[in-house]
Design a protein around this ligand. Sequence first.
Ligand code: SIN
Length: 292
Amino acid sequence: MESSLRSYNGPRIKYTPSESPFESITVDKLTPIIGGEIGGVDLRSPSNRQMDEIHRALAENLVIFFRDQHLTPEQHLDFGRKFGELHIHPAAPADPAHPELMIIHADKDSPRANGEGWHTDVSCDLEPPMGSILYIRTCPPKGGDTLFASMYAAYDALSDRMKTYLEGMTAFHDGESVYRGLYKNSNMAEKEQYPRATHPVVRTHPVTGKKALYVNRGFTRHLVGVPRDESEGILNYLYQHMENPLFQCRFRWRENSIAFWDNRCVQHRAMWDYWPHTRSGNRVTVAGDKPY
Ligand code: SIN
């Protein structure tokens, strides 16, 4: 059952977005809580001023979108490098010439599509990715949207008692159970081992200082230090809570669009509702730090 967050005492989350103007880009918010479409910039050659404002727009909107961009693979990688070192995915297929350029592709013969459940990218890494920059070049005529959810808003809307319960708690994230055999249809060689890590259930964003829930259905297996039945009960509650549409925005792709999400405070989920059509592009993933 999904939590309703219904309230008779005013809304459960009261959020006042920054009204500070942008000068070198435009930002059109999808919702007051999450998502902003950026205009007025060509990502092949952004100015320093535009880069500063893109950083700020990401921090304020959690996921940002760009339309009508025409990047070569090298320009896509260069844009990612402006945010930090690039991450190489532990299992997924990549462009043969560029291991940092992950392939995102589904067509009528695909056995699966990437990202169909709510998740944070590679949260099983000891230092999970800071952000992901997905560039979709081929779109189905309809569908193939991606949903994004704010883990700040999900944390803020918890009761004070639940926040106290979760304080200092950690959870185990397991790449082994996710990646082993997952890409066998892409002929990927299996690794001897896939990453596993223990992270705080509530993490503090290193840039904004805000707290965000950091457990996800994709990788989190159990809470540490409590019995398994309690762990299952609490995690199921948190998943239902964080999937409330109040915390979400939904992006409708067009060809040559880019979505750039901050994995430290956002979960996402891709819709595979466009079979037998093709949806195809690449993801550049920016490396991150150990969550605290
Ligand atoms: C992903 O999880 O990186 C894939 C998201 C998408 O294809 O929309």
